[in-house]
Design a protein around this ligand. Structure first.
Ligand SMILES: [Zn+2]
Length: 205
């Protein structure tokens, strides 16, 4: 087998629980490395339109506004099988593209949901009171706005959750049929999405 770009780092020899720690190693500051790492972790990275140097969207539409720099690059993103080499070639051709992770069923066979908290984590408190327990610590990203959080959870076997808007004020769920922007994507604020709690996702209770 030909040596891939990551054999230098020995990633092929690292067992999975440790590999989640690699999200912290700075490699996710590089979009091409990040995509490969997400793929290796069993996730489904996708390409999003990104922001050019003047913060115009790479889609080229003058009326691209609400989702500028964060909508999928390819029409078939919901169903296209993961092709890491194609993603890498696209990023090599245009480093402005952003990176998303398609939520729902992942290549590793698990279901992934992301709790999208558009503000401080205290926004989750009404849900926690309702459930009678806190959200377990899990893989977490700070969004590019700098004020929001993405909490990544595996779903229990056999459970499918689709996108759900407003499960609490300013809190959405991204599940089957959805996607989230992921590190190191650039946000309109000029800041990047970053990982702040690096570990394998917990299972949503
Ligand atoms: Zn656009």
């Amino acid at each position: 087998m030909a040596a891939g770009p990551f054999s230098f780092y020995g990633w092929d020899e690292i067992v999975t629980p440790s590999l989640w720690r690699a999200l912290d190693w700075g490699y996710t500051q590089n979009k091409r490395y990040a995509v490969k790492l997400y793929g290796k972790l069993g996730l489904n990275p996708i390409l999003l339109n990104g922001l050019l140097d003047d913060f115009a969207c790479t889609c080229g539409r003058h009326d691209c506004d609400k989702s500028r720099g964060k909508h999928p690059r390819f029409k078939n993103w919901e169903t296209a099988p993961l092709d890491l080499d194609a993603l890498d070639r696209a990023l090599a051709s245009n480093h402005h593209y952003n990176i998303g992770i398609r939520t729902g069923l992942q290549p590793n066979g698990k279901g992934l949901v992301v709790v999208d908290c558009d503000g401080p984590l205290e926004l989750l408190e009404p849900l926690e009171r309702e459930a009678g327990e806190p959200f377990p610590p899990t893989l977490t990203a700070q969004t590019g706005s700098g004020t929001g959080f993405h909490l990544y959870y595996w779903l229990k076997d056999g459970l499918e959750i689709r996108n759900r808007q407003g499960i609490a004020p300013h809190v959405d769920i991204r599940g089957y049929g959805g996607q989230v922007v992921a590190a190191p994507s650039l946000h309109l604020s000029g800041k990047k999405y970053t990982w702040i709690n690096v570990r394998e996702p917990a299972v949503l209770p």
